[in-house]
Design a protein around this ligand. Structure first.
Ligand SMILES: [Zn+2]
Length: 157
């Protein structure tokens, strides 16, 4: 929890920049440079603080020129098929020509969604609850030691 709170402002800023890039392109599709600047700043924040961006965000950013990839506006989306029937969605950046291909597999599970990845996140609440339990165990002892008369009176009654 402490780690998430530490980078909360950075995530909020990245979120703002990502939405601002969308807003710029929706108002004026020709203003690609400003949207690219926003996304470049967003990527710089993520790199400096080593923050992982969600795959849904990461897939809409160009790897090479870090411009926002919107199909039909700043990128082209095509379906490609190889000889062994595997289908790909190929997104090509219209600014620099860099293309990224994503495998069409509805059964594909991202690493974030796998149960193995969830284990690391589950450890943190357990540690927090164990540390929370320790003060709870010590607190009654302190109150009893500081106020022996009150504890004795409550125990007798
Ligand atoms: Zn590009």
């Amino acid at each position: 929890m402490a780690v998430q709170l530490k980078d909360k402002e950075a995530y909020q800023r990245m979120n703002y920049l990502y939405q601002a890039a969308h807003c710029v392109l929706s108002e004026n599709p020709n203003n690609v440079e400003l949207a690219r600047f926003y996304c470049f700043t967003q990527r710089t924040i993520a790199r400096r603080l080593v923050l992982r961006q969600d795959p849904s965000v990461k897939r809409t950013l160009c790897k090479k020129c870090s411009s926002l990839l919107i199909p039909g506006v700043t990128a082209t989306t095509r379906q490609r098929r190889k000889k062994n029937k595997t289908r790909f969605t190929v997104m090509r950046c219209l600014s620099c020509g860099q293309s990224k291909s994503l495998l069409n597999n509805p059964d594909y599970c991202l690493w974030v969604d796998r149960p193995e990845a969830q284990l690391e996140q589950q450890k943190q609440p357990d540690q927090g609850s164990s540390t929370k339990n320790q003060p709870k165990d010590t607190e009654p002892d302190k109150s009893q030691s500081s106020k022996p008369s009150a504890a004795q009176s409550s125990a007798s009654t």
